[in-house]
Ligand binder design. Structure first.
Ligand code: AMP
Ligand code: MG
Length: 341
């Protein structure tokens, strides 16, 4: 089959590893995880499996919106004026999220939790439903009035009262980075880590081949019968990839489809025709957050911002003719000539 190939520039020649490919998997954060790595023995693989699951369980216990005792929910339930000391991983994710909120002028916003809940995509309301206009006005004005402050020295965040953090758009990417670092501390130099579709890879396999992954594309529908072009595959060497999609979680009401990506500026699910955004970045945390942010911004504003920030990003949009692609120059520059498998 013909595929389009994305090749990152290699800054160093990877060493050929010795051993065999081990594939480990499990569940975390309401989704699945998978790690492929070159291990020297299957006993080493089993040890690593336990270590990866332990680390992911720890992160889930910190950042889950679904667990009432998570550090995130303890912050969300804290009284107004309380400074909450956060675990260092949560603090890192929150710092990055607030930075990206600034970069995107609020299109991405980790304080979007109340809106996410009200639209039925969080833990509070079970059945998704469209809120009334006055509810939306109230929630947006509450969001605009409340500011979160950080104390870097104490690793603490100020709960001004009522802020509801939601890190679901970035926590999976962070977990991927965290597991990649964990594997590094064990001396593993060749791996592919995946949590809920977000991936990061390093090194090559025994035959010198990189870890190839296919880009996630929107499902085909009657309105968009075919994928726009040949599939895209990317060599993940010292690189992460994340995709955000309007189809991942959504509901229909009155003939309108509402997705779980909320535009905090309107208080409503983004409805800008973008089906997926894929972002490549050295860090999976950043790739994950920016892919969600660009979904909110839409193709025009999103392409401008991603280009300005130097992000390789691909937008796949619904049109009357089917699905259409738009990419930043940085993404186009990584596209190699067509490749036959
Ligand atoms: P992702 O699948 O990575 O795009 O993340 C989507 C999830 O992020 C949603 O299910 C919400 O929990 C949360 N979310 C929705 N809209 C936003 C937003 N504008 N900024 C930050 N997080 C959001
Ligand atoms: Mg995301």
């Amino acid at each position: 089959m013909t595929a389009r190939v994305l090749l990152p520039e290699l800054t160093r020649r990877p060493r050929l590893p010795k051993g065999a490919v081990e594939q480990l998997s499990g569940t975390t954060m309401g989704t699945s995880w998978c790690v492929k790595l070159i291990a020297t023995s299957s006993a080493q693989g089993q040890d690593i499996h336990r270590g990866v699951q332990r680390e992911l369980d720890r992160l889930e216990a910190q950042m889950s919106t679904w667990k009432s005792t998570s550090a995130l929910n303890l912050f969300n339930g804290a009284p107004a004026g309380n400074w909450c000391v956060l675990p260092k991983e949560v603090f890192t994710v929150l710092q990055c999220a607030l930075h990206i909120a600034q970069d995107t002028a609020g299109a991405f916003d980790p304080t979007v939790g109340e809106l996410v809940n009200r639209w039925g995509f969080g833990p509070s309301i079970r059945r998704p439903a469209v809120p009334s206009e006055s509810e939306l006005v109230d929630m947006r004005s509450r969001m605009n009035q409340r500011r979160i402050s950080l104390d870097v020295n104490q690793r603490a965040a100020l709960q001004p009262g009522g802020i509801c953090l939601d890190l679901s758009s970035i926590a999976k990417g962070f977990s991927v980075d965290h597991i990649a670092e964990y594997l590094g501390t064990l001396g593993i130099e060749s791996y592919l880590v995946e949590v809920g579709g977000e991936l990061r890879g390093r090194g090559v396999k025994m035959d010198g081949m990189p870890w190839w992954v296919g880009l996630e594309l929107p499902p085909t529908t009657n309105r968009a019968p075919s994928t726009p072009r040949e599939p895209l595959i990317v060599a993940l060497h010292d690189l992460a990839i994340a995709t955000s999609g309007d189809y991942r979680r959504c509901f229909q009401e009155g003939g309108v489809r509402y997705s779980h990506i909320i535009d905090p500026r309107s208080g409503r699910p983004a409805q800008n025709g973008v089906a997926t955004v894929t972002v490549l970045h050295a860090g999976c945390m950043q790739a994950d957050a920016y892919s969600t942010a660009l979904m909110v911004l839409g193709v025009e504003e999103g392409l401008n911002l991603a280009t300005r920030l130097g992000l390789p990003a691909l937008f796949v949009c619904h049109t009357a003719r089917g699905l259409e692609e738009h990419m930043t120059p940085q993404f186009a520059a990584m596209l190699n000539s067509d490749h036959q498998d």
